[in-house]
Design a protein. Sequence first.
Length: 393
Amino acid sequence: MTVNEVLELLPESIDLFKQHGLGKFESVEVRGSLGSVLKLKTALHMAGVDVDAFVERLNSMIPGGGDGKDFALDYSAQESLSMLGLLPCGMKMPFKRKFDEFAATLDSSFHYLVEGNVNHELSYYPYIDTLADAEELPDVIVSADINSFFHHRFTRRFVDTGLFRSLNGPALNADFRETGYLDPDRHFTMLSANLLVLVVNRAKLGGLEIPKRWADLLESRYHKTVTMRGQDGFFCNGVLMPFYQMFGMDGIKAMGGSVIRGLHPAEMVQEIERNSPESTPFYIMPLFFAKRLKDETLFDIVYPGEGAIVSPVVMLVRAERVDDAAAVAEFIAGREMSQFCADAGFPSVRPDVDNRLPDGCRLWWMGWDFLKNEDPAEVKDNIELVFREYVAK
């Protein structure tokens, strides 16, 4: 059962939730969104609560509960279908708008949450490492970036064991043809990409040469000239992991010397447009936000020679629910949704979608061998320690 299903059946149990550090579900918004896809067992594991003891308390609240009735066993949620979407902030709104229209045509047993990666109150990611059983997972998951679904703790338990089945066909959009983007083991369904590009702020360029490749940014002449995606001391792994894969830890050190700070991409756009005093010559940002810059006299968008960095947007569909979830999964991966997202700056793998990328734009994907041979969770931790040290210098 999901948290929301429990609270709908036993509204008074919210006091029990609060006693165990789960008071966030008192919020109608949190309960109806995250609570609609988060299983009770997962929430309890995350909070360090004994599941059996908690369920025993729930049973005691049922009128006549002393007769041994167990609502957690009697209540069947097997017919319900769930979808979780955790998307880049730029993609969230176009995706959600289109998906809301589609979801309105389905029956009430379908539960879904579409949220941005940065909404920590509604984030599912903190719960992933506590998952113990496949039944705790939503039937369809859409997610972005090299996140917890790529960490070996998750892949070895749920992905490599065949829990998910890819819906990708053999045909691939020409923009992705040289990337090796499709999962060779056919677990992840590759949908789209959040492309990271380099934006040049002409007003602050001075005598600096415009970089032609990502490797150029590692040179000492670009010391403290780069703003990248990040905030509050956090720097985006969607940038750092590809740099590590391309240039190793020495590249991370050199990149730390070039980066002066992290900003949300929307703040980057504002800085360039306002020619703020603190603005920098170069910004690494998603293509979606780069396309929001209107005055072409202020900036250049550079697609570096190695390729615009592909931060993946993927779908996981539970193999045992493929038939039940077919309509939902096929809509998400279908042409209408794919073209809608591509028009917003998130190119699709579908061959029948026009991604409207400029001629000669290459894409760079870090590759499946790297993700399988090195645990992204460990790589991120190692990179963060080194990168922060060199950013501070």
